[in-house]
Design a protein around this ligand. Structure first.
Ligand SMILES: CC/C=C\C/C=C\C/C=C\C/C=C\C/C=C\C/C=C\CCCCC(=O)SCCNC(=O)CCNC(=O)[C@H](O)C(C)(C)COP(=O)(O)OP(=O)(O)OC[C@H]1O[C@@H](n2cnc3c(N)ncnc32)[C@H](O)[C@@H]1OP(=O)(O)O
Ligand SMILES: Cc1cc2nc3c(=O)[nH]c(=O)nc-3n(C[C@H](O)[C@H](O)[C@H](O)COP(=O)(O)OP(=O)(O)OC[C@H]3O[C@@H](n4cnc5c(N)ncnc54)[C@H](O)[C@@H]3O)c2cc1C
Length: 666
């Protein structure tokens, strides 16, 4: 009875939607074609029993890893059989939804050769990698050095006699440590090492190194390699073989040094090409950009689960003879709807960042390097902002689901465990925000010298105005005006930037100032990145948005995103005198009415993500809302329920119970 009521309940919820959900699905997917590919690949994966994933939390590490190898091999077989395009194949891997060595092979090994190899090197290595005749990983981080790339210790010493490099790990701390896919699967790696020629250290560069035999997968001579061990959570990221790697004077031919940025001649002379040396960090820029796009996927997934469950779950009160749906509590809405809004906001900023990355790549090909610093700041800052928010949001969604959110069958614990390292990998989030702050300080300091800020920092050209402009809000409805909100976020960021720049200027050595003020610099960088997200959402709404009611829903979400940030960071806005407390109070009133506006559309807004139940992997987030019978079914599947009397009863429970009986009799 109860189960059916839940099913009917979501149908009823869906009937309340005030917008064209099919049109919203296309907006979310990024276009008709993208929607069609994504939908087809999601269904393909969901209908294939090899891709089942409901047993991950109970498999031991070896079974788990073997199962991942099996899925990756099956995915590759399907990609070949169905002649899938690159876009389709990447979507298929995404919906398989299991971290695997293939993420690093396609996500970093191939991009690093593409970005840092010469034409000749690309021709030699990429076809083998595309056909998966070799499997590669990205071996940069060491046991003692992660964030500080310039501090890496592994050496690549040129031997002019044999025209080879000798790759060596001189200390324990120089052991490569963390690279995904390295531990068990990879045959090759791009290894980052110090380039040494003629006794001179020329800094860091990438080298292609074969690690394992292509015949029997055994490590090649001089290579010590293994997995670094279990990571946070059951299942979760333990499907990935993050590895360690030590080199004992391993020799590779000279032409396996990636030579787009620097070259070493036959004589051992180092030649710097005319591209900026920072291109050595280019693969990180590429991956940070994909991580931003991925944040909206992880966030929307958690929000979809929490929203559907909040509509099914009832506690206290009375609503047509039932208890109240928890989604109708204002507190639930004020925690959930800003996360729903953030999912859409991150989707759009991710789309924009993809464009920015393509733009900078094209410019680099045409030898225009002018936008590289901004691309670095945007990818670093947005990677940091979106992953931190998403990791916190997944945990908040777990709490929004009450006790059942803590069950593995809710899907949330695994999603959290898989997602949280995103705050660390590809650059620790604080280290990356400090890069943004450094970029902002440099931009402000150059304003007087005629250097024009570009792209996302163009607002700093209006610095004088932004430093003193009052906020244009007179009545509550003014908070719904996009230009008012964008200018407010610009003013906050500009004022915080200038205040920090002034404090910095008091230090005789800038490095000392950066150390002392680093916590404030992180806040400045955060304010700037939030401005980017808000303004990209607003820009998206200026485009043609087809579909009945779609634009209105997105406008409401955009306002929720901005105003909930304002509420969260009220201290910033008040202390910089960007708004008055009266205006803050009006913003709060507007937020409440926006929540009421979103409430009837909430289920449809998460349906627009178009996630299959297979991908969601959550009993609480099921499309049909049939939560309780399925929770019960999942509980019965637990290995502990395989026998009525538990294993160990005779050895450990019965003696204790008998002991108690004897004591009771005394
Ligand atoms: C249930 C299962 C569910 C599902 C999940 C399934 C799958 C997940 C799938 C998908 C994700 C999607 C795709 C991604 C693919 C794979 C991802 C998967 C796994 C993650 C892998 C993670 C891999 C790694 O972590 S690799 C290692 C990364 N390491 C780092 O990021 C190191 C960070 N450190 C640095 O970047 C640098 O050291 C530094 C920037 C902090 C400092 O550098 P440095 O000391 O050289 O210099 P500075 O003085 O600060 O800077 C000098 C100038 O250079 C400028 N600069 C710096 N960096 C760059 C850059 N990148 N580009 C351009 N310019 C740069 C800087 O601004 C300075 O300029 P200035 O003008 O002189 O001021
Ligand atoms: C799941 C996972 C997968 C990974 N995959 C790969 C891979 O495929 N290939 C690869 O090469 N690497 C990989 N890594 C390594 C990853 O890139 C590094 O862990 C990351 O860059 C952070 O470096 P770290 O571990 O040295 O952290 P640390 O720099 O040691 O950070 C420790 C603390 O110090 C703080 N800190 C550090 N420097 C500063 C500073 N200048 N100012 C203020 N605070 C600072 C940080 O904020 C943090 O709180 C992976 C890591 C994880 C967790």
């Amino acid at each position: 009875m109860e189960a059916e009521a839940a099913v009917d309940y979501l149908v009823d919820e869906r009937s309340k939607a005030q917008f064209d959900i099919d049109a919203m699905k296309i907006i979310w997917a990024g276009g008709k074609h993208e929607f069609e590919v994504s939908d087809r690949m999601a269904r393909l994966v969901a209908s294939d029993p090899v891709f089942r994933k409901d047993n991950r939390a109970i498999l031991d590490r070896k079974e788990l890893f073997k199962n991942t190898l099996r899925k990756a091999a099956h995915a590759w077989k399907r990609i070949i059989e169905l002649r899938l395009s690159e876009q389709e194949a990447s979507k298929l891997r995404f919906f398989v939804d299991e971290p695997a060595y293939t993420d690093l092979h396609w996500g970093m090994f191939i991009p690093v050769i593409k970005g840092q190899g010469t034409e000749e090197q690309r021709k030699k290595w990429l076809p083998m990698a595309y056909r998966m005749q070799i499997i590669g990983c990205y071996a940069q981080t060491e046991l003692g050095h992660g964030s500080n790339v310039q501090g890496l210790e592994t050496t690549a010493t040129f031997d002019p006699e044999l025209d080879e490099f000798v790759i060596h790990s001189p200390t324990l701390t120089s052991s490569k440590w963390w690279p995904g896919g390295l531990g068990r699967a990879s045959t090759h790696a791009v290894v980052f090492a110090r380039l040494i020629t003629d006794g001179k250290d020329h800094g860091i560069n990438g080298f292609i190194v074969q690690l394992r035999s292509l015949d029997d997968h055994l490590p090649l001579p001089g290579i010590i390699i293994g997995d670094i061990g279990m990571k946070f959570g059951n299942g979760a990221y333990n499907t990935m073989d993050n590895g360690f790697l030590r080199f004992d004077h391993v020799r590779i031919p000279r032409d396996q040094m990636l030579m787009r940025v620097k070259q070493v001649t036959r004589e051992g002379k180092v030649v710097q090409s005319d591209v900026p040396w920072q291109l050595l960090y280019g693969t990180m820029v590429y991956v940070r950009q994909t991580i931003v796009a991925d944040a909206s996927c992880a966030l929307s997934r958690a929000v979809c689960i929490a929203t559907r469950y909040s509509a099914v779950r009832r506690q206290f009160g009375s609503q047509n003879g039932h208890e109240t749906q928890v989604i109708d509590y204002r507190t639930q809405q004020s925690r959930l709807f800003p996360l729903l809004a953030s999912a859409y906001a991150f989707r759009f900023v991710g789309e924009w960042l993809k464009w920015l990355y393509m733009d900078v790549t094209q410019r680099l090909q045409a030898r225009d390097f002018s936008t590289l610093p901004e691309a670095h700041a945007c990818t670093a800052g947005l990677k940091s902002l979106t992953t931190s928010v998403t990791a916190d949001a997944i945990e908040e969604c777990r709490k929004l689901c009450g006790g059942h959110g803590y069950l593995c069958s809710s899907g949330l614990p695994e999603l959290f465990a898989v997602y949280v390292p995103a705050c660390t990998y590809e650059g620790d989030n604080i280290v990356l925000l400090l890069q943004v702050a450094r970029f902002l300080m440099k931009t402000v300091s150059q304003l007087g010298s005629g250097e024009r800020p570009v792209g996302t920092t163009t607002y700093l050209l209006r610095l004088e105005h932004l430093l003193q402009c009052p906020c244009d809000v007179q009545g509550a409805e003014d908070w719904l005006k996009p230009d008012v909100v964008v200018q407010l976020f610009e003013a906050r960021s500009a004022r915080m930037t200038v205040a920090c720049a002034k404090s910095l200027s008091k230090f005789s050595k800038p490095e000392d100032g950066f150390m002392d003020l680093s916590a404030d610099l992180v806040s400045v960088a955060t304010a700037h990145c939030q401005l980017i997200v808000v303004s990209k959402f607003v820009e998206k709404l200026q485009q043609d948005i087809p579909g009945e009611g779609v634009k209105q829903q997105l406008e409401a979400l955009c306002s929720i995103y901005a105003l909930s940030l304002l509420k969260k960071h009220l201290g910033d806005f008040l202390s910089t005198s960007c708004i008055t407390s009266k205006q803050a109070s009006l913003a709060n009133d507007v937020l409440r009415s926006l929540y009421s506006q979103v409430r009837p559309n909430a289920i449809a807004l998460v349906d627009a993500f178009n996630y299959t139940d297979h991908f969601l992997g959550s009993v609480l987030g099921r499309y049909d809302g049939n939560v309780y019978p399925k929770l019960y079914e999942e509980a019965l599947k637990d290995p502990l329920n395989e026998s009525v009397v538990p294993d160990g009863y005779h050895e450990y429970l019965q003696p204790v119970l008998k002991q108690r009986l004897r004591t009771a009799r005394l």
